[in-house]
Design a protein around this ligand. Structure first.
Ligand code: TGC
Ligand code: FAD
Length: 396
């Protein structure tokens, strides 16, 4: 059979969406995806490599991100878009197709700062902070990790004690996304009652943030250490609705859910780059794409992406049905991030020497994904969460 006849009969598959997940989206979900994709194509991709190289967060994009309704998009009211879980997932996917740093920015603002204010805050706290945060006028950060061991936040040292109508906060947090550019830090600290959430304003005396430099990953994201030296926090800035580790862990479930979608965008960008490069790179008299080995590798990337897309979609449907469990999120965060980092590394290799240049996306995504596989719970933590769900035994 000739190649032409064969091709003529071949189904028209989208290489980045082999199982046509797009057809399973509702019309409003597709509109969200298309509008974010357009923003990423027009405003993010042209500067993504330069921002990574220059270690620069593209602050100038924040108004457009806010204008599109991408901040706190799952929240109803307070100037937020009120999208369903799939809509939030698609936002993360398209942003991370541009760069993980932008998805990180939106994850932290939406899932780690606006979510706890909405879920655990007083009505006054919601009214004060959420509309400004949705407009991108107030940037938030989330302080949970401490230097002696981020995987075990129950062992935190940062603490707060009551003093009249105030609290006095002491301690330090590290590896905090957005820290030095944040107007508001959602800080988790030990108290006599248990772990509580504090809304620390950047103007509070004794609070400071320093930027962590020399990062080889997520270079377009600001990462910082936060310090609290007898910071007086008024009681009205304490989240009243939650006490205990389930407060920050609930926020992490929201953000990890977004990552399950986001990393698929990074992987899609890498597969696209590998397909384009292999189609035009001619070696030994034929395109690399015409070799069996390259095709097996490209097919394997598509297999991983397809599996990850289906996991993310089902996770979203479970979330919208109110049936999502943290262990389901753990499994998908582990699987999809591992799949994405493998795709990115393989795409980098298929580009040969050119693959180490930031002019091509795969090396940037591969390096970014080194952070993604560590933050929001390392791969090991998620494997152990699934193991605990299967056995009923905690092996942490
Ligand atoms: P454990 O006994 O399991 O739980 C304590 C309480 O919390 C509840 N809970 C959860 N609630 C909601 N969502 C979850 N995912 C939850 N997991 C647990 C649990 O029911 C219990 O409630 P209660 O009422 O009984 O008190 O706690 P543990 O100390 O055994 O720890 C479990 C473990 C290891 C899974 C947890 O500590 C963990 O997840 N560690 C990893 C920490 C982590 O992921 N840190 C991330 C920091 S933030 C970040 O990385 C942001 S990057 C942002 C970006 O740029 O995108
Ligand atoms: P550790 O907890 O010290 O882990 C070291 C190693 O031990 C890992 O490989 C881990 O998997 C392994 N390990 C852990 N437990 C076990 C076990 N029981 N058995 C075997 N192995 C185990 N944190 C925030 O609070 N807010 C943020 O905004 C934020 N942003 C971040 C941005 C970036 C770019 C990065 C890199 C991190 C960020 N983090 C943030 C911190 C992140 O959540 C932590 O790095 C992560 O939770 C791991 O903690 P750790 O770095 O202290 O590593």
């Amino acid at each position: 059979m000739s190649a032409t006849a064969d091709n003529a009969r071949a189904p028209r598959l989208d290489p980045l969406d082999l199982y046509d997940v797009r057809s399973m989206l509702q019309e409003d979900e597709r509109i969200v995806q298309d509008s974010v994709a357009k923003f990423v194509d027009e405003q993010v991709l042209p500067i993504a490599g330069e921002c990574f190289e220059q270690e620069r967060f593209p602050h100038e994009l924040v108004p457009a991100i806010a204008e599109l309704g991408l901040l706190g998009s799952s929240i109803q009211g307070y100037g937020c878009a009120g999208l369903n879980a799939i809509g939030y997932g698609l936002i993360c996917q398209e942003l991370e197709r541009g760069d993980s740093a932008l998805r990180s920015f939106v994850s932290v603002q939406s899932s780690l700062c606006m979510y706890p204010i909405h879920a655990f805050g007083s009505e006054a706290q919601r009214q004060r902070w959420l509309p400004q945060m949705a407009r991108g006028e107030v940037i938030g950060c989330f302080g949970l990790t401490e230097a002696h061991g981020g995987s075990d936040p129950a062992n935190m040292k940062t603490h707060a004690r009551r003093d009249g109508d105030d609290w006095v906060l002491n301690g330090a947090k590290t590896w905090i996304t957005n820290g030095s550019i944040a107007d508001l830090a959602v800080v988790w600290a030990r108290t006599a009652e248990g772990i509580r959430g504090f809304l620390v304003e950047k103007t509070f005396k004794g609070y400071s943030a320093t930027t962590i430099g020399h990062k080889m990953s997520l270079r377009a994201s600001v990462t910082s250490s936060l310090y609290f030296d007898n910071v007086r926090v008024p009681d009205e800035n304490v989240l009243p609705g939650v006490v205990g580790l389930k407060g920050p862990l609930s926020c992490l479930t929201q953000a990890r859910y977004g990552i399950c979608w986001g990393v698929n965008g990074a992987a899609q960008a890498c597969l696209r780059a590998a397909l384009d490069y292999c189609a035009t790179r001619t070696l030994f008299g034929k395109p690399v794409a015409a070799t069996q080995v390259a095709q097996v590798r490209l097919a394997d990337m598509a297999r991983k992406i397809t599996t990850a897309q289906l996991l993310a979609l089902q996770l979203g449907r479970l979330k919208d049905a109110g049936r999502l469990t943290p262990e389901q999120v753990s499994l998908a965060k582990w699987h999809n991030t591992r799949a994405a980092i493998e795709v990115a590394r393989d795409a980098r290799d298929l580009l040969g020497g050119a693959g180490i240049s930031v002019e091509h996306a795969p090396i940037r995504h591969a390096l970014n994904l080194e952070s993604v596989i560590t933050y929001e719970g390392t791969e090991t933590i998620h494997q152990l969460s699934v193991g605990r769900a299967l056995t009923g035994l905690s092996a942490f």
